[in-house]
Design a protein around this ligand. Structure first.
Ligand SMILES: Cc1cc2nc3c(=O)[nH]c(=O)nc-3n(C[C@H](O)[C@H](O)[C@H](O)COP(=O)(O)OP(=O)(O)OC[C@H]3O[C@@H](n4cnc5c(N)ncnc54)[C@H](O)[C@@H]3O)c2cc1C
Length: 478
């Protein structure tokens, strides 16, 4: 939608093809929490994006700052420095300007209190590099995008699935589609591919991510089946990035196969930094407090998938209950509760009881209790001497009733895709642009490897979408 708006304002006539019916439009973007990771230097910058922010809110909030250097460092560190440096720089450099550009086109933003900052003694402190989210979350974001598209005379054709790229003397000259079951050719001077990764394609998941990935639950839309990637590869585009990698999280174990856009967050189980996770053997298998949730959640789905039976349980006590995200309270959560740990494990399906009790005993005994707990900072309240230490937010599991939630693996999006340059040209095997072909969003490869810094997806998609629209419009005029 950013590509469409930007192409339109650069003077092009724009047609958006959407495979989904109108009531299911919006792609994964509609399922998001709407978080955007952008460069900012504190309250004054946030106020420019959220003019309604009151003096009182500013007084009781520490927005911190998120410099370009920190953003680049995070992109490097989290991806083990595999991220394409030119694309990384483009995201960082264009992030704040793109948010302002979207705001000028009607998208509204808010500070994400509660999710990205906790209330400690009446004061909020933002952590993990993300402050703002789109008002109304992903659905709000997409509603406003469609409204802007309508206002600017952008046509959207629903139930129209692109199946192939048409080539001619000037490069890509349109697409072949199937519209309501009928094949058709649509001519265009340029094509921007922005139709997602292959996360909703079981066969491609298993082929590229590996055995077991057919069993993952899809957190978002059912329509991102890798079509854009396949179409481009077919005409000689270069595959790029980590094709065996994806964003995946600990997710409600018995969630439906695909997300529900009316309840997009029901499956979230993101409060594990305040508890512990155990597998079927009753053992912990990750450092739940290795970093802020934003920096670990996207790699822990894979770790859950790799456990015996591809499931785990998250365990909490009443001391952290107030910090747990709302989704834990929703209907559909696989939850058990008991006044004793013995009673709890009896109810935790498929978990070795004695090992679990030993794990909790050893964990409780290993906590450095003299370090104060603080959810807004990496508090260093660690365990000492365990095979896998919990290095922050290690709370003693001691205040009943105890609660446990069963999780499986939920896939968000795939990392492998097409190679683009910072001007979003899709590149061929010799790194030469394929004339008339541009790409943005999930189907761009080379951004994420092994892990992902939370709320970069929407930002990157918007940055490259905006550039792609501008470039495609310029190409159309040639
Ligand atoms: C549950 C969830 C929460 C998330 N939370 C966040 C967050 O808070 N912040 C963040 O930055 N990121 C978040 N993400 C990641 C984010 O959704 C993606 O990075 C981003 O939305 C990708 O945008 P996109 O335009 O590439 O794809 P999408 O928004 O998925 O759009 C792709 C569109 O292409 C259509 N399509 C597919 N194939 C075809 C075809 N052949 N022909 C025509 N149309 C086709 C689809 O129907 C869809 O509408 C989240 C993802 C999920 C699933």
């Amino acid at each position: 939608m950013c590509a469409a708006l930007s192409a339109r304002e650069s003077g092009a006539r724009v047609l958006v093809l959407e495979r989904a019916p109108q009531d299911k439009r919006g792609g994964n973007s509609a399922y998001t929490g709407g978080g955007f990771r952008m460069v900012h230097h504190g309250a004054a910058d946030i106020k420019k994006i959220v003019p309604d922010l009151t003096d009182d809110e500013i007084a009781r909030t520490d927005f911190g700052e998120y410099s370009a250097e920190q953003y680049l460092d995070d992109l490097g560190r989290i991806t083990q420095y595999y991220i394409d440096p030119d694309l990384a720089e483009t995201i960082v450099k264009e992030s704040t300007g793109t948010v302002h550009w979207m705001r000028d086109r009607g998208i509204r933003f808010m500070p994400n209190y509660g999710r990205q900052a906790y209330n400690v003694n009446g004061r909020f402190k933002f952590f993990g590099g993300v402050v703002i989210f789109a008002n109304g979350g992903g659905t709000g974001l997409m509603e406003l995008h469609y409204k802007a598209a309508e206002k600017h005379g952008i046509e959207v054709r629903y139930q129209t699935r692109a199946t192939a790229l048409l080539q001619g003397k000037s490069g890509v000259e349109g697409v072949r589609v199937t519209a309501n079951g009928v094949p058709e050719e649509i001519r265009a001077r340029a094509v921007v591919l922005a139709c997602g990764g292959f996360e909703a394609n079981r066969e491609m998941r298993t082929r590229y991510l590996g055995p077991g990935w057919d069993m993952a639950k899809v957190r978002g839309t059912r329509y991102n089946t890798g079509d854009g990637i396949s179409m481009a590869l077919e005409i000689g585009a270069q595959s790029y990035g980590q094709w065996s990698g994806c964003h995946s999280v600990a997710w409600e174990r018995y969630a439906p196969d695909f997300g529900d856009v009316n309840a997009p967050h029901a499956g979230y189980r993101h409060s594990y930094p305040f508890g512990i996770m155990v597998n079927a053997d009753g053992r912990r298998f990750v450092d739940e407090g290795a970093d802020f949730r934003n920096y670990t959640y996207a790699k822990y789905g894979r770790v859950v998938l790799q456990q015996p039976g591809s499931f785990a349980w998250q365990i909490f006590d009443q001391q952290v209950k107030h910090l747990m995200r709302d989704e834990y309270k929703l209907r559909g959560a696989t939850k058990v509760q008991a006044d004793t740990l013995e009673g709890l494990v009896e109810k935790m399906q498929d978990v070795h009881p004695q090992n679990f009790l030993d794990t909790v005993r050893d964990y409780n005994a290993a906590i450095k209790r003299d370090v104060p707990f603080d959810p807004n900072v990496k508090d260093g309240r660690t365990t000492v001497g365990l095979a896998i230490d919990k290095t922050n937010w290690a709370n003693v599991l001691e205040k009943p009733p105890f609660e446990a939630y069963s999780v499986g693996c939920g896939i968000t999006f795939t990392f492998g895709g097409l190679k683009i340059d910072p001007a979003t040209h899709v590149l061929d095997m010799e790194d030469a642009p394929i004339p008339g072909l541009y790409a943005a969003g999930e189907l761009v490869g080379g951004l994420y490897y092994f892990n992902y810094p939370g709320s970069t997806g929407l930002m990157a998609g918007s940055v490259f979408g905006r550039i792609a629209g501008r470039e495609a419009a310029a190409h159309s005029k040639n």
